[in-house]
Design a protein around this ligand. Structure first.
Ligand code: ITT
Length: 191
């Protein structure tokens, strides 16, 4: 069964493909020939997730799902949040985004942060929304080579290593995206 994932982020596609049984074939926007960058004009993860999934549903008439996700830093009142991908500018540069977080956190003592993911789903003429989140702490050096985005500076609660050090197997058990995927999968399985 083909499942359209309304994303251009190949890292997200890779994670989902590891989380969902092989009988589901995950296709990205590029795979369906949609090269357009869908403008994310919402002010919340929920709004942007809906914008991305609705675009595919109404332009292509296909069932699909989207993920809008971000890092919410306590000491920055939830920033970068919905702006996580473009925190340091439209070029979506992970290094620049991390440096900006460090700069903003200078002089702050609270390292707490949360990764949150919202899935918006069109399935059998109904819509669904699922949330996953994981709490942790930020560090002021980059550690590890796995994952993407803010993974090298995020240590999930209960662990001593960053997501980038822990790697796919652990991340896929506890991450915001993994927790949203569990709920999405239940929907797919009940049909
Ligand atoms: P699409 O909109 O095409 O799905 P995107 O990367 O722009 O791709 P978002 O708008 O949802 O996706 O932005 C999510 C950003 O939040 C992402 O680019 C990372 O900077 C950060 N992020 C989300 N999940 C993450 C994760 O699991 N690990 C590290 N950083 C993550």
């Amino acid at each position: 069964m083909k499942i359209i994932f309304a994303t251009h982020n190949q890292n997200k596609v890779t994670e989902l493909s590891q989380l969902i049984p092989k009988k589901y074939n995950i296709l990205s926007l590029n795979d369906i020939g949609c090269v357009k960058e869908i403008e994310e004009t919402g002010s919340t993860l929920e709004e942007n997730a809906k914008i991305k999934a609705d675009y595919v549903r109404y332009k292509y008439g296909l069932d699909c799902f989207s993920d809008d996700s971000g890092l919410e830093v306590d000491a920055l009142k939830g920033a970068p949040g919905v702006f996580s991908a473009r925190y340091a500018g439209n070029q979506k540069n992970n290094d620049a985004n991390i440096k900006k977080i460090w700069k903003k956190l200078r002089g702050q003592s609270n390292p707490k942060a949360t990764f949150r993911s919202i899935f918006h789903v069109h399935f059998n003429n109904k819509t669904f929304s699922f949330q996953g989140k994981v709490d942790g702490n930020l560090i002021f050096e980059k550690r590890g080579l796995n994952g993407f985005g803010y993974d090298p500076i995020f240590i999930p609660n209960g662990y001593n290593q960053t997501f980038a050090e822990l790697g796919d197997v652990v991340k896929n058990k506890i991450s915001h995206r993994a927790l949203a995927t569990v709920q999405f999968l239940k929907l797919l399985e009940r049909g």
